[in-house]
Ligand binder design. Structure first.
Ligand code: ADP
Ligand code: MG
Length: 392
């Protein structure tokens, strides 16, 4: 363990006396914007030490040979301690703990064991879940591995969405996957929210007819007609027009089109889009697949795949205008098949997708669908032939 990590762990133990009595810190395993995560061993408490030998055995333990019995009893529980930074607002911390508690009954979601507060610091305790870094396996993943990965991820999302909650930050580091056990759990509800929080009607809620009429009379279209801005060589990054407020929390590269287009009535479907980005990453064997610095660049990346026409129609759906004169953005974009073949061309023998890949691409269409109304739900996706009638 690195010297600076040891020092960091010592500081935590010192500032947080309650923690060092209950846990022995082993290593630092994650460091993000809003938290640091440590691997730790749960220590037996004095009363537990006394009882250890004469505690009654449960039925399953009594059936074991004595040698094994003691081993299972002595096995220390390994936990993940998530220290949430004080820069995160108390409201946010409360929200994360509350949602985690509410979602604790799914085997696909890492449950909250307990939490501690010392002054302004909060530490959440979760069972440690063994997993590999996505970057170590995404190139080798076979279609069948993707099936196991997405089955777990979608079961997790189904549970979250049925509770009316949006995770908002679906990406590989927030889905811990153990390749060897073929199991995975969702973590990090730091950006999660209940569907309907800051909800405002968006044009996308209306029927397509009404939407078109309203759109043609909209402020955005008038602005477009009266400004040369959007048609000039450089697209306006410092747009002075009044902007619409919408939640855009999430990670770049994983944001759904409706998040980029500032939809004010975002739904659980935003998580399905992000899951789709993971699938595209696995199929194309490119990570990160999207790598834009900001939302405008993200739209351009999206447009170069989906084409101008589809981007314009999805922008209009949310009452926005999408216009670009970038020459590499075609009218119709490219098929996923083409993109996957190009991206992975060096390591394949034929220039067509194999049967399993074709089925995965068909599945991908149901996730990476620009229109959130047409994008499938987690529950529907679990019934997709990709899972129910697998081919290889
Ligand atoms: P952040 O808000 O900082 O992103 P996360 O909850 O996503 O915090 O945790 C950051 C990282 O810590 C994860 O990507 C993962 O590698 C590790 N981690 C988090 N929870 C666990 C856990 N229960 N078991 C094992 N590792 C975990
Ligand atoms: Mg995270």
């Amino acid at each position: 363990v690195d010297e600076s990590v040891v020092e960091d762990m010592r500081r935590l133990e010192e500032s947080f006396k309650g923690i060092s009595q209950k846990y022995r810190l082993i290593n630092r395993i994650g460091e993000g914007t809003f938290s640091t995560v440590y691997k730790a061993e749960q220590l037996l408490q004095p009363h537990e030490l006394d009882q250890e030998n004469d505690e009654p055995m449960d039925e399953s333990e009594a059936e074991m040979p004595p040698a094994k019995r003691r081993k299972t009893r002595r096995k220390p529980q390994i936990v993940a301690l998530k220290k949430i930074y004080v820069t995160s607002s108390p409201h946010r911390i409360m929200n994360e703990l509350e949602l985690l508690h509410e979602l604790r009954h799914s085997p696909y979601i890492c449950p909250l064991l307990t939490a501690f507060r010392h002054l302004d610091q909060v530490v959440a305790v979760l069972p440690y879940f063994r997993h590999l870094d996505f970057r170590l396996y995404y190139r080798e993943f076979l279609i069948n591995d993707m099936r196991h990965y997405f089955r777990c991820l979608l079961h997790g999302l189904k549970h979250v969405h049925q509770a009316g909650i949006l995770h908002r930050d679906i990406k590989p580091t927030n889905f811990l996957y153990d390749h060897s056990r073929r199991s995975g759990v969702l973590v990090d509800f730091g950006l999660a929210e209940r569907q309907g929080t800051d909800w405002q009607p968006c044009l996308c809620q209306e029927s397509s007819h009404k939407r078109r009429d309203r759109f043609m009379n909209s402020y955005a279209v008038q602005v477009l007609q009266s400004t040369q801005d959007l048609l000039s060589q450089n697209y306006p990054k410092n747009d002075s027009r009044p902007s619409r407020r919408a939640n855009r929390a999430g990670t770049r590269g994983f944001r759904a089109p409706e998040v980029l287009f500032k939809c004010t009535s975002q739904t659980t479907k935003i998580d399905i889009w992000s899951a789709g980005v993971i699938l595209l990453t696995l199929l194309a064997r490119r990570f990160p697949f999207f790598n834009s610095a900001d939302d405008v660049d993200a739209m351009i990346e999206m447009a170069s795949i989906f084409g101008r026409r589809k981007m314009q129609s999805v922008a209009a759906m949310h009452g926005q205008v999408f216009e670009t004169n970038i020459e590499t953005i075609g009218e119709r974009g490219f098929t996923f098949e083409k993109i996957i073949l190009w991206a992975s061309c060096q390591n394949r023998e034929s220039d067509t997708l194999h049967l399993g890949e074709e089925q995965a691409v068909d599945f991908l269409h149901s996730l990476l669908e620009l229109d959130p109304h047409k994008r499938w739900s987690a529950k529907e996706l679990l019934q997709h032939p990709f899972f129910t009638a697998p081919v290889e």
